[in-house]
Ligand binder design. Structure first.
Ligand code: GDP
Ligand code: MN
Length: 394
């Protein structure tokens, strides 16, 4: 689960990590109010920041520094409601519905701090870099030595000596080291206490008067742990998420929209991955990842089918099921019901194996609907690619 920058900064501030003064604004009036308050409390300028669930906002024109209230209003007007395109939003961009208005900071240096789980090491890794502000992915690819890492032993936790090591690597002044240790410990606590899967501060800055500030913050939470955090669950902003993914999450379906044209319905994440691979291998392109789960019900199958078909890019459906806990006859009934209800117009290719497969095939045959049956996974994938091409040329 992703959250906004202003929400992430709140989580940091509660743990003693300094962030600029500021407030979120949902309308132009609110934005102007916040700017007025900041200026009257001594701010020399304010920064108007688009709040969307994607990075790269600065380059896309979603972060602007204003010297006066009038200028802040002008930028708020520009950014609020704009379709902000960044390297993380895709070409269609993301509509800006909220702004964060903050006091500007007198930036001396822009640095980077981040924590992620390193799955190979089975430990959290705390990263720091002097090359902050810009795209850290690019730094990692071109100049990996510019990122210093320290691994955190899970039973011991993040130690002050590790924070000092990172602080020295960042080239901080001796007078800033203690502050940096406090800062990094706060970030580590924020990560662990929220069951985060990623936390990045880019840029983490030093100011002209030697203070340390988190100027930006991105936190993603681990969805599998979110049930432990009622308060964090409330931070979810579903208007930022793909509508089909939101719909799928209501029925406990693991659905991720992709940009191909062959919709996949599969049970089991491993089989779903293999299905996407074999579609590509057959020269096609999957429209989604969908794992209906081991014990899907007939209703879930129907909902899954409806969700797949409401994606306008879909030109064929590939149903690849290995009946274990989910019996093939249950699946077949769900698919037939859904196909009737949705009046499906694209070809549906099925590859079925496992428990009650014969009954399942009977149900499909007796339905009077025009299903295409694949004998093997490869055969079905090839048929799906062909069927999608036929729809495309219609
Ligand atoms: P991102 O592009 O989505 O990562 O958004 P950021 O919050 O990181 O902002 C992008 C850039 O805007 C930063 O790297 C800074 O250079 C600049 N910026 C953000 N806040 C301030 C500020 O208070 N003062 C100044 N001068 N620049 C800022
Ligand atoms: Mn940033």
């Amino acid at each position: 689960m992703k959250i906004h920058e202003y929400q992430a900064k709140d989580i940091l501030a509660k743990r003693g990590v300094d962030v600029p003064r500021g407030e979120v604004a949902n309308t132009l009036e609110e934005a102007v109010d916040v700017a007025k308050r900041l200026f009257s409390n001594g701010a020399k300028g304010v920064v108007v920041k688009a709040q969307i669930h994607a990075g790269g906002r600065g380059k896309g024109g979603g972060v602007k520094v204003a010297k006066t209230i009038a200028e802040a209003e002008e930028y708020a007007k520009q950014i609020l409601g704009m379709q902000l395109v960044t390297h993380q939003t895709g070409p269609q961009g993301q509509k800006v519905q909220r702004l964060l208005i903050e006091e500007t900071a007198a930036i001396d240096r822009e640095l980077y701090l981040g924590i992620v789980l390193d799955r190979a090491a089975a430990e959290l890794v705390f990263m720091a870099s002097q090359a902050g502000g810009m795209e850290i992915e690019e730094v990692a690819a071109k100049d990996p030595k510019a990122i210093v890492k320290t691994y955190i032993e899970p039973c011991i936790g993040f130690q002050p000596y590790q924070a000092r090591k990172l602080a020295f690597a960042l080239g901080l002044k001796p007078t800033q080291i203690n502050d940096a240790v406090r800062f990094m410990s706060g970030i580590y606590r924020a990560f662990v206490e929220t069951d985060a899967s990623l936390l990045e501060i880019n840029p983490f800055i030093t100011t002209k008067d030697d203070r340390l500030l988190a100027l930006d913050c991105k936190i993603n939470f681990d969805d599998n742990a979110i049930f432990r955090h009622k308060d964090l669950k409330e931070l979810r902003d579903i208007t930022e998420e793909d509508p089909l993914e939101v719909e799928a999450s209501k029925y406990a379906l693991n659905y991720i929209k992709l940009d191909g044209n062959i919709a996949c319905m599969v049970n089991g994440a491993g089989l779903a991955m293999a299905t996407m691979d074999i579609i590509q291998y057959a020269g096609g392109s999957p429209a989604n990842f969908l794992d209906v789960g081991g014990g899907a019900s007939q209703q879930q199958i129907e909902h899954a089918f409806e969700i797949l078909l409401s994606d306008r890019n879909v030109q064929a459906v590939f149903i690849n099921i290995f009946g274990g806990i989910l019996r093939v006859d249950t699946l077949a009934t769900g698919v037939v019901e859904a196909a009737r209800k949705t009046n499906v117009k694209v070809p549906v290719v099925l590859r079925l194996e496992g428990t009650n497969v014969e009954q399942g095939r009977e149900i499909l045959k007796n339905s009077g609907l025009n299903f295409i049956i694949g004998e093997t996974m490869q055969d079905a994938a090839q048929k799906a690619v062909k069927a999608a091409a036929a729809t495309a040329s219609r």
